[in-house]
Ligand binder design. Structure first.
Ligand code: 4AD
Length: 456
C-alpha cells in the first residue's frame, strides 16, 4: 500500500535523455540516455538497490535502480521479461565489479511498459526442459530470447551476409527460384506433395534445375532458398524445411567446381572471423573453433569403400560395404570423425546418385560428384557436374523412372547452346551446426520444421 503511493517524476533540471539502442551504449557513456528493453535478469540487493540486466536484441546493459526508484509498486512486482524504459547515465564500472561491456547505467528515472506475469506463469517456469526436452521446441518463441539461442541467430545472420559477400565478390548474381514446383529432383521418397489449383505440385527439394536455366541468362548464379524434404526419421541433421545455399557455373571442369567449393567455405569463414562482432559470437559459441586448412582432403568413393574395409567399419549384419552401395550416415560419420578434417568425397556411382549427374570420362560407372563431409556433422554439401548431352539426359530420366514431359524446360537447356556446367547445394543449418558447435541442426534455424512439428 505504501509503495502504491510513490509516484516517480523526472527531474526537469537533468539534460534531455537521448534515446539509444544498447549496442550504442559504449559510445554513449557519460551522456544522459534513455534505453528500452526487456528485463533479462533481475537481482535485488537490500532494500535500496535493484540490478536489472536489460536486453533489447542489440545487446545487454546492466542498470541500477537505487533508493526511491526501487520502492515503487512497479519495482516491487517487477518480473523477468517485463518491458521497461530506463533513464540515466552509463559509466564504466570500478575494478572488481563485472557487467556486460564492463559498465552500468545508473538510473535517475524509469517506467514500466508492461508487467510480465510472475508466479506459476513466470517466464522461467515455461522453459523447464528436464521433464520433456520437446518443451524447447514447443516454447521456441520464448527460447529464442535466451542468450545462446539469440547468439546463434545473430551469428546466422552474419554468416548469411558473409556468404552473400563472397558470391558478390566473385561476380555471381543472386536469384530467387520458386518453391512450388512440378518436378522432383532428389528422389520421390522425400517429396512434399501439395494441391496446386487441382493439379499435383511439390514443395521444392532443390533450386538446382532453375539455377541451370539462369546460366545462359545471367552467368554464374546462386540462391539462398528454402528446400523441403519429407524426412521420415528424427536425426540431429535432418529438417523438413532447410535453408539451401546453391550455386551453378558454366564452362567449368570438375576440378574448377571443387576449387570453387573450397574457396566458398574458406573465404566465408575468413570473412566471418574478420568481423570483430561476428568473431566474438563464433568464439562465444565455439571456443575452440579451428578454421579448416586448404587444400581439403579429396577422396574418391571407391577409396572410401576401401577405407571402411581397412578400418573394419561394417554393416549391421556384419558384412562390408561393396562398390555400388550407398554409404549410409553412420559409417560415413565414423570415417569422417576418424579422419577428423573436412573431406571432399568424390566420384559416386551413377546408380546411387540423381539422374542429372555427369559420368566421368575415365570411368563410366562413376559420376563427377562430390559430397563435403565435416567431422561431427557429416554431409554439409552435395554437388556435381551436370549431364550436358541431351540423349544422355533422356537416358538419365529413364533410369530413374522419371516422366520427361514436365522437365521440357530443363531438357531445352541441352538444345539451345549446351555446355559443361556444374554446381552444388550447401545445407545452411548443417554448416552452422559445424561453425557454431551446435549438437543439432534444429538449433540453427528460427523455427525448425521436422517430422511431427510445424508449430510455432
Ligand atoms: O545432397 P543434396 O540432396 O543435393 C541437392 O539437392 C543438389 N541438387 C544441390 C545442388 O547441386 N544444387 O542436398 C544438398 C545439401 C546436403 O549436403 C545437406 O547439407 C542439405 O542440403 N540437406 C539437408 N539439410 C537439412 N535437412 C535435410 N533434410 C537436408 N537434406 C539435404
Amino acid at each position: 500500500e505504501e509503495a502504491k503511493k510513490i509516484v516517480l517524476k523526472q527531474d526537469p533540471n537533468l539534460p534531455l535523455a537521448i534515446k539509444i539502442k544498447i549496442r550504442q551504449s559504449v559510445a554513449s557513456r557519460g551522456k544522459r540516455v534513455k534505453v528500452s528493453g526487456w528485463v533479462h535478469r533481475l537481482r535485488t540487493q537490500g532494500k535500496d538497490m535493484k540490478f536489472i540486466v536489460l536486453r533489447d536484441g542489440s545487446g545487454y546493459l546492466q542498470c541500477l535502480l537505487t533508493g526511491e526508484l526501487c520502492h515503487t509498486y512497479d519495482a516491487l512486482i517487477l518480473s523477468l521479461e517485463s518491458t521497461v524504459t530506463i533513464y540515466g547515465v552509463i559509466s564504466e564500472l570500478p575494478a572488481g565489479k563485472t557487467a556486460p561491456d564492463n559498465h552500468e547505467l545508473l538510473a535517475d528515472y524509469w517506467e514500466v511498459t508492461h508487467h510480465a506475469p510472475g508466479g506459476d506463469d513466470a517466464f522461467t517456469n515455461k522453459l523447464n526442459a528436464d521433464a520433456d526436452p520437446s518443451i524447447l521446441y514447443e516454447q521456441r518463441h520464448l527460447v529464442i530470447r535466451g542468450e545462446t539461442a539469440s547468439a546463434v541467430l545473430k551469428a546466422r545472420s552474419a554468416i548469411m551476409k558473409a556468404f552473400r559477400d563472397h558470391f558478390d565478390s566473385k561476380g555471381f548474381t543472386e536469384v530467387n527460384p520458386p518453391c512450388m514446383v512440378q518436378t522432383q529432383v532428389e528422389g520421390g521418397s522425400t517429396l512434399f506433395e501439395m494441391n496446386y489449383y487441382g493439379e499435383k505440385a511439390y514443395l521444392t527439394q532443390t533450386s538446382q534445375l532453375y539455377l541451370e536455366t539462369c546460366l545462359p541468362s545471367l552467368g554464374d548464379v546462386y540462391c539462398i532458398s528454402e528446400s523441403y524434404r519429407a524426412e521420415k526419421s528424427h536425426t540431429r541433421r535432418h529438417l523438413s524445411e532447410y535453408s539451401h545455399l546453391e550455386a551453378e557455373m558454366a564452362f567449368i571442369t570438375f576440378d574448377d567446381l571443387l576449387d570453387t567449393l573450397e574457396d566458398l567455405i574458406c573465404d566465408t569463414i575468413d570473412r566471418v572471423l574478420a568481423n570483430e562482432t561476428t568473431r566474438k559470437l563464433v568464439y562465444q559459441l565455439h571456443p575452440d573453433f579451428v578454421p579448416p586448412q586448404r587444400p581439403f582432403l579429396r577422396m574418391d568413393y571407391k577409396d572410401a569403400i576401401q577405407y571402411l574395409k581397412d578400418h573394419n567399419i561394417k554393416k549391421e549384419n556384419g558384412s562390408f560395404y561393396e562398390f555400388g552401395e550407398d554409404i549410409p550416415e553412420f559409417p560415413e560419420r565414423t570415417m569422417t570423425d576418424q579422419i577428423n578434417k573436412p573431406i571432399f568425397l568424390c566420384r559416386f556411382p551413377a546408380e546411387i546418385k540423381a539422374f542429372y549427374m555427369k559420368r566421368c570420362a575415365e570411368d563410366n560407372r562413376v559420376t563427377e560428384s562430390v559430397d563435403v563431409l565435416i567431422p561431427g556433422v557429416g554431409e554439409v554439401v552435395g554437388g556435381s557436374m551436370r549431364i550436358s548431352d541431351m540423349n544422355e539426359l533422356l537416358a538419365g530420366y529413364k533410369r530413374e523412372g522419371i516422366n520427361p514431359t514436365p522437365y521440357y524446360w530443363y531438357t531445352d537447356q541441352r538444345k539451345y547452346g549446351t555446355t559443361e556446367h556444374g554446381g552444388f547445394g550447401l545445407g545452411v543449418e548443417r554448416f552452422l551446426a559445424w561453425l557454431l558447435h551446435r549438437d543439432n541442426v534444429k538449433e540453427c534455424c528460427l523455427y525448425p520444421r521436422f517430422m511431427g512439428r510445424c508449430l510455432p
